[in-house]
Design a protein. Structure first.
Length: 467
């Protein structure tokens, strides 16, 4: 199990799993986690940097700032489409190390760009797009971990990898406000900037928001290169994996994942700036990390719930809870004739973050189950072993691809808030759109997966042996 490439991998074999496989799978999982955490941190670092640019002399409009918070999600989601297929082509160990190392580029670029108030807007746009490299990592990381674990533990393993990876949002939103207050890498990082907030001057080192990640990125990339494994059984060409584009359930799960992960990343990106805009008297950066923290923790800690009671049932509850949360946010910002309330606004968003995390875990638990159930129909003449191998490959590819489509929520949610604020002066229009979308997700999940006569609840739904 210490070799870079493992040629014998049989996680569904109980004896192999208990004696050999479990330890190797867990080692790969726990090395994957910090790499993914750092990827999320770099991906969404703009959500904190943007809130400080105006204080140090950058003259960008509110709409331009919302664009900067949205662009990393747009590029990250697009890159995920390609990253979804990279692990079977290059190997999980190689790709994890190289993709983590690539994040040094935007981290270094941010540290240099924010030191000069004359840096043009297009340069920040380019850096925001480069931060999307971190977003792409999620698709490859999740498809890689999916190959290592048996079906009985796959949901929980994916929840742990994604949940603790999602903590990168929270770690970033907690760490950045701290490190920008002192010359962490002085004198290498350059001089401090003068920040003017409500007439009060102070010194900050905003470049630390980028530089602080570089040592950790180098260390994590090295750990992946020397400590993880490639699986020879997980090899597949792009053409082989591209079969998922003809699968109806691939597109249905993409729709549902936009509602769960898309909401998580979109709210994470928009929450600090939205709070600062709606409640300027509140220092949003002091507690913005709590939202992503709640969402990441609920994802990491609730994967077993879906393994036990069925992801489709949990997902149905999730979309009902998200609709309740949106109604609460609407009320908190003055909707329905109420007085705006920051306390209710904050509590409602924590509620939303919690349920997006639960939904992230439940939807990913559904994908392997759906593919396994559908495989006898898709490959009626194939043996059980061939169907099993095909289901593992397709499930991993769908997990990666749906994460790509879901990540577009990180672009559309901040953009929707920005458009709503510009058109009406408030976020209500965007919130009503979210409410309608969650209703559509609840309907799709019920019709295809959660109702008693769905494919996942059919009396003929049996799991074939792996060989």
């Amino acid at each position: 199990m210490s070799r870079p490439v493992l040629t014998d991998w049989r996680p569904e074999d109980p004896e192999f799993w208990s004696t050999t496989g479990k330890a190797a799978a867990r080692r790969n999982l726990w090395i994957s986690v910090p790499n993914l955490l750092l990827a999320f941190s770099v991906w969404m670092v703009w959500s904190m940097v943007v809130a400080k640019l105006g204080l140090i002399g950058f003259k960008f409009t509110t709409d331009q700032l919302f664009w900067l918070t949205a662009l990393p999600a747009l590029s990250g989601a697009t890159l995920r489409i390609f990253y979804s297929f990279m692990v079977p082509i290059f190997g999980g160990r190689r790709w994890t190390a190289l993709s983590t190392l690539s994040l040094v580029v935007p981290a270094l670029g941010i540290g240099l760009a924010v030191q000069n108030p004359d840096t043009p807007y297009w340069a920040f746009v380019a850096l925001a797009l480069l931060c999307g490299l971190g977003g792409g990592n999620f698709a490859s990381s999740m498809s890689n971990i999916a190959f290592f674990f048996p079906k009985a533990e796959k949901g929980n393993a994916l929840a742990i990898n994604a949940g603790f990876g999602n903590l990168g949002f929270s770690v970033m939103q907690f760490l950045v406000p701290l490190v920008i207050t002192f010359g962490l890498f002085a004198p290498v990082i350059g001089a401090p900037q003068i920040a003017i907030d409500k007439g009060v001057e102070s010194q900050i080192w905003l470049q630390n928001a980028g530089f602080v990640w570089i040592p950790f990125l180098l260390a994590s990339a090295a750990a992946a290169w020397f400590g993880m494994n490639d699986l020879s059984s997980a090899k597949a060409s792009f053409a082989t994996q591209a079969v998922i584009f003809r699968r109806k359930h691939n597109w249905l799960m993409c729709w549902l994942y936009v509602g769960t992960f898309g909401s998580f990343i979109g709210f994470s990106a928009a929450f600090p700036l939205l709070t600062k805009t709606l409640f300027p008297e509140v220092n949003a950066l002091q507690f913005a990390f709590l939202g992503p923290l709640v969402g990441a923790a609920s994802r990491a800690l609730t994967g077993w719930v879906s393994d036990r009671w069925g992801g489709e049932n949990v997902t149905q509850i999730v979309f009902g809870a998200l609709m309740v949360g949106v109604l609460a946010v609407l009320y908190s910002v003055g909707g329905f004739g109420a007085e705006p309330s920051f306390v209710l606004f904050f509590a409602a968003f924590l509620w939303l973050f919690f349920w997006t995390g639960v939904g992230n875990a439940s939807t990913f638990q559904m994908i392997p189950a759906i593919v396994r159930v559908d495989m006898p129909r898709l490959m009626p003449q194939a043996t059980a072993a061939v169907r099993f191998k095909a289901s593992e490959m397709e499930a991993a590819a769908i997990i990666g691809f749906s994460s790509a489509i879901g990540a577009y929520g990180g672009f559309f949610i901040p953009k929707a808030f920005g458009d709503s604020m510009r058109a009406t002066g408030g976020p209500e229009s965007a919130l009503y759109a979210f409410l309608a979308f969650y209703l559509s997700c609840a309907i799709v999940n019920w019709v295809f997966y959660a109702r008693k006569r769905s494919m996942l609840h059919s009396p003929t739904n049996t799991t074939e042996p792996a060989a």
